[in-house]
Design a protein around this ligand. Sequence first.
Ligand code: TXA
Ligand code: MG
Length: 541
Amino acid sequence: METLHLHTGTQDVECAAQLLRDGQLVAIPTETVYGLAADARNAAAVESIFAAKGRPQDNPLIVHISSLHQLDGLVTDIPEIAQRLAAAFWPGPLTMIFKRDPSVPATVSAGLDTLAVRMPSHPTARALIAASGCPLAAPSANTSGRPSPTCAEHVLEDLNGRIAAVVDAGGCSVGLESTVIDVTCEPIRVYRPGAVTVEMLQSVVGQVQVSTAVTRGLQEGEKALSPGMKYKHYAPKAAVTVVKGSARAFAAFVARRAAEAGEGEVAALCFDDEQHLLSVPSVCYGARGDARAQARRLFDALRALDQTGAKTVYAACPQTKGVGLAVYNRLLRAAGFSLKKLPYIIGLTGPTGAGKSEVARYLNGHGCLHIDTDALARRAVEPGTACLQRLVDAFSADILNQDGTLNRGELARRAFADEQHHQLLNSIVHPCVIDMTWQAVDAAWQDFVLIDAPLLFESGMHRMCDVTVAVLSDKEERKRRVRERDDASERAIELRMSAQPEDDFYLQRADQLLLNDDTLETLHMRTDALMWTWREAVADA
Ligand code: TXA
Ligand code: MG
């Protein structure tokens, strides 16, 4: 069959209307996505929709109408709440599920005794429904499982040669399918979020229940109240994982995974203005805070990702307010609900004796994973490690004890002899510690991770962090604490402290400061205050 490529002029609309009256399939534009339409009263035509899409037989269709009168003969009962919702949101991207009138062929709703109906706002869709004189059963005009089409080219990509015509009206203004709600129950229930948001529905009817399958998928053994929830959908050919975290954290995560997977294996779906941070092929889908743009562009972006040839796609996670919930739902479904939450990383530093360890201990007690980089640095040079071997290659085997362990005194003597040797030491040890730190971060289940690093800025580890905090305290006070804590001579303490940077160094570099110049209780209160700012940063991301 040759698929006609029609446009929106009167003659083309009349041609498409005639095809529909004749029981043919025509892909039509709507404000949400393109639909694959057939006369809803013609059972054979409706059955051919399932065949053309390869759609599972148990997944019901939505019937599209252009005037409220058409509800008569389609549904048996129009609850008062549905009348209010129709007044508020029709024509528009809202589908309501009613009791089906027995005169409607059962295949339309896959045998269910309910019927989903929507009145689209797209002028061409309305003109087609009116001109054909039929209510139109129409699922999204994609091959089953693929992203829904938001332009005629997408339709042809999937269905060219299998349908009578496509009516091309350019891109869809919403870009995601309609909100699907059940109005036969109380409170009304959202099965599929869309551009008519939960908040908008609440403003009209008060109480709204959102199906849990929207954000966590169907659980083992759970019945799909809306059959479409069961099926993997919207998916590009690659395996998708949704990744929640800041732009910086997302980019670092993708870079690590790409390095493991190898050249060309990984691609990313990211927000506008964040693409430059990525080291892999990527497709943008709107600005981080702009859910409407993300909705408009998501499906096209998912199709474009196929062109990269990547086997794995990491997708930057949208916000879940308003239309964002619909974007989040489609992306999660494309990912088979695979979601990776990146922790918020706090870099903690400060001179010796300032109270860094106390802050780390306190935060650890409040749910932050504590990564002690000093401990990691010791582990990095244990016998048998690549790092220790590199040190031996650089400084000779004299830095080893008889038993093969590192002789720290000897290494210090050599490494601190001059600046060049010192840098050589750092260039060997710091990357190992950074690798080990990333491993600890990737294994974390906590929302917050603390990288406790005396040399946070000197080692470049501050670049791993979402925020950096320096703990500072008066120098005499620090000396007193070190004296109390360590069994060291006055001269050794003096030496150690003079080797460390002055407060100014931290003041210039850290995002946040913790002044430890009062009681322990005050220090804890100040730490709590910082924690609030981190929680807020996570909530905003
Ligand atoms: O925006 C849209 O709704 C687009 C355009 C073309 O109007 N259509 C669309 O249709 O997305 P489709 O078939 O791709 O998705 C319809 C969804 C499916 O998840 C289906 O399971 C659900 O609506 N649905 C339809 N009738 C239902 C019913 N009687 N009970 C429960 N869920 C139903
Ligand atoms: Mg669909």
